[in-house]
Design a protein around this ligand. Structure first.
Ligand code: GTP
Ligand code: MG
Length: 234
């Protein structure tokens, strides 16, 4: 990795110096990775993301054909950019070596699955994690236990094997599952927060969390209507 100006995240360059040297130096100028560089490092995450994306697409299409409608409204896969990986590494004091990045940053590959109803969130999470090649590493249930600001979503870290030409690599993927209402709130909160970052006024803070409660009530109401019309299960 070659850095030109420390502190300027956009200027971090990942280059294969081909020296066979082990990376030990932490972000203070130039240091070397044994081989490959950032593009190769990111490749397995791209493949892992594609694997999970295919699984979600299969579930959505199959469930749509089953008759009760597709529980998945939309899906958004995303790969962290090198700039955002190094920015997060710096934020969490993670040395800029591929080994450290691999073990400490688990949301390099991420997929957001936006569902119709709260029950769908758990149904889809269950369908995904019970597949034998999907290994559930961690769960954060911000629906059962919303964040202080009102944020709700179900977060999973799953590991999926990626089959390369000469080896199998387990790749972590962050899966965020939420309803349309939760997604609506989170998208707008993100914009508002970033505008006021870092000191968001206290009133605005509590209004945002009240808005999240409104969204949760809307979810309950829609879920109840759905059940009244279609029965307890999809
Ligand atoms: P990051 O370093 O941001 O990845 O957070 P983390 O490692 O503590 O993980 P967490 O599961 O709490 O959050 C992961 C992701 O969920 C974030 O990157 C956001 O995409 C989303 N998220 C978490 N909290 C909030 C929030 O308060 N508002 C919004 N809009 N999104 C959130
Ligand atoms: Mg993240």
């Amino acid at each position: 990795v070659t850095t030109e100006r420390p502190g300027d995240q956009g200027m971090v360059r990942w280059a294969p110096p081909g020296t066979g040297e082990t990376a030990t130096t932490v972000y203070d100028g130039t240091f070397h990775e044994p081989a490959g560089g950032m593009t190769e490092f990111l490749l397995v995450y791209k493949f892992g993301l594609a694997e999970i994306n295919t699984k979600v697409t299969i579930l959505a299409e199959e469930l749509a054909h089953k008759g009760r409608g597709n529980p998945i409204e939309h899906v958004l896969p995303r790969l962290k950019t090198p700039a955002s990986i190094t920015a997060k590494a710096r934020r969490i004091d993670c040395p800029l070596t591929f080994e450290d990045l691999r073990s400490r940053i688990r949301d390099i590959a991420g997929i957001r699955i936006v569902c119709s109803f709260v029950s769908d969130v758990y149904t889809v999470a269950e369908m995904l994690t019970r597949q034998p090649d999907v290994h559930l590493v961690a769960t954060k249930d911000y629906i059962a236990d919303p964040k202080e600001n009102g944020y709700r979503s179900l977060h999973l870290i799953v590991e999926i094997p990626v089959f390369l030409s000469d080896r199998v690599v387990p790749v972590p993927v962050e899966v965020q599952l939420r309803t349309v209402a939760m997604d609506f709130w989170a998208s707008l909160e993100h914009k508002i927060y970033y505008k006021y970052d870092p000191d968001i006024p206290a009133e605005l803070r509590s209004e945002l969390s009240a808005a999240a409660d409104d969204a949760a009530r809307l979810d309950q109401r829609m879920e109840r209507l759905h059940r009244e019309i279609h029965g307890p299960r999809r």
